[in-house]
Design a protein around this ligand. Structure first.
Ligand code: ZN
Ligand code: ZN
Length: 377
């Protein structure tokens, strides 16, 4: 329902849409996690707003007991109403700050202590809040919604499963597409195009294609280098469905490769399979990382696996927790996380093998069906 909302002599005006009036379960969970004393949350991060409401446009969200609202501008009002039916939607008047409208909503609920996303707000946005609501006690909500997002529900896991299946299908297509003499850029373009044409909403991140000696760069930018016989090609890429990000890496051979490259591949594969075996609820993330690292170190590649074993994925490509030496978090069912050991040797090349997996009650469900046996093109 569209209502006209006028105040202070109508110098400023805003439209608003009544929500369904029922707070959804994610917002209720967020309210239960508010820091002591906080009566409401102000959400500024786009993926957090999407998680809580379904809305994908610009703006901010206010969540208080009995009230969940999106504050946005004319361009997004209708979209917000469609995507977030359980939220009230407020449209700012021309020249009006989002924070001003948010403050009005909070005042109606007599909110005096507000939790804000200190890890997301810019200094400018923070100052704006202090300006608009000078009496408000601002406390930190940093990481709280992200903590809820760690455990995916069945709908989220299905979206991630579809995205990773599409990504694996793209890999299969690439195995018959890649020819000697193609450049890394041509290969990356085909991957992006294929995923988009087959239903991906975008790409999870800039597609990585690294051939030959470029393979030692973990995050190589596809270049004009032509792939040739004896090369490894590492492809790291992902499709997006329902807003959820897939992530997979495969390394393939062009013709026969040197025994050294082959040994690198076999070592990474052993490390990858052993870490998958180690994942189950209750284990420490750093212990899973250690499984892969020990295998790679013992094979003589100590120091050549310079990144963590994996990261969670979801509405963003990099989420918490991570499989790394520094992450002491405990693995729980519902986490979706990558397992991506690698070996990188400057002047020689590199190998990385990455699956996305969903943690189950007893182990993992692998969301990346593509083969991990070495594919020779
Ligand atoms: Zn990746
Ligand atoms: Zn990854």
């Amino acid at each position: 329902m569209l209502k006209y909302f006028a105040h202070m002599g109508a110098a400023h005006a805003a439209f608003y849409f009544e929500g369904s009036g029922e707070m959804n379960a994610r917002c209720e969970a967020l309210l239960r996690l508010l820091p002591d004393g906080a009566q409401a949350a102000l959400i500024s991060s786009a993926p957090n707003i999407r998680y809580l409401s379904g809305y994908t446009g610009e703006g901010i969200a206010v969540v208080a007991g009995g009230r969940a609202a999106i504050v946005t501008d004319f361009r997004y009002t209708e979209q917000a109403q469609r995507q977030a039916p359980s939220f009230e939607v407020y449209e700012i008047a021309s020249g009006e700050a989002h924070e001003t409208v948010a403050f009005r909503l909070l005042s109606e609920k007599a909110v005096r202590c507000l939790a804000v996303e200190e890890d997301v707000l810019t200094v400018e946005q923070y100052k704006k809040l202090q300006d608009v609501m000078p009496e408000m006690n601002l406390v930190s909500l940093a990481g709280t919604t992200q903590r809820l997002r760690r455990i995916k529900d069945s709908g989220e896991i299905e979206a991630l499963s579809r995205a990773n299946k599409l990504t694996s299908d793209c890999f299969e297509h690439m195995c018959s597409f890649i020819r000697e003499g193609m450049t890394e850029r041509e290969i990356a373009l085909e991957m992006d195009f294929w995923m988009l044409r087959n239903g991906s909403e975008g790409v999870s991140f800039d597609t990585i294609v690294a051939s030959g000696p470029n393979g030692s760069l973990c995050h190589a930018i596809p270049s004009d280098r032509k792939v040739c016989r004896g090369d490894f090609i590492t492809m790291d890429f992902g499709a997006v469905t329902g807003g959820y990000h897939a992530d997979m890496t495969r390394t393939v051979a062009v013709g026969s490769v040197s025994p050294e490259l082959r040994r690198m591949y076999d070592t990474v594969l052993r490390a990858q399979l052993a870490s998958l075996e180690a994942i189950r609820p209750g284990v420490r993330c750093s212990d899973v990382d250690a499984v892969a690292r020990a295998i790679i170190d013992e094979a003589g590649y100590a120091g050549r696996f310079g990144h963590g074993l994996g990261h969670s994925t979801g509405l963003e490509i990099h989420e918490e927790p991570r499989f790394s030496r520094l992450c002491g978090d405990i693995v729980e069912p519902g986490m979706v996380i990558t397992v991506e050991p690698g070996i990188y040797v400057p002047g020689v090349g590199g190998v990385r093998i990455e699956d996305s997996v969903a943690v189950t009650e007893s182990g993992v469900r692998i969301l990346t069906p593509a083969t991990k046996e070495l594919v020779t093109l």
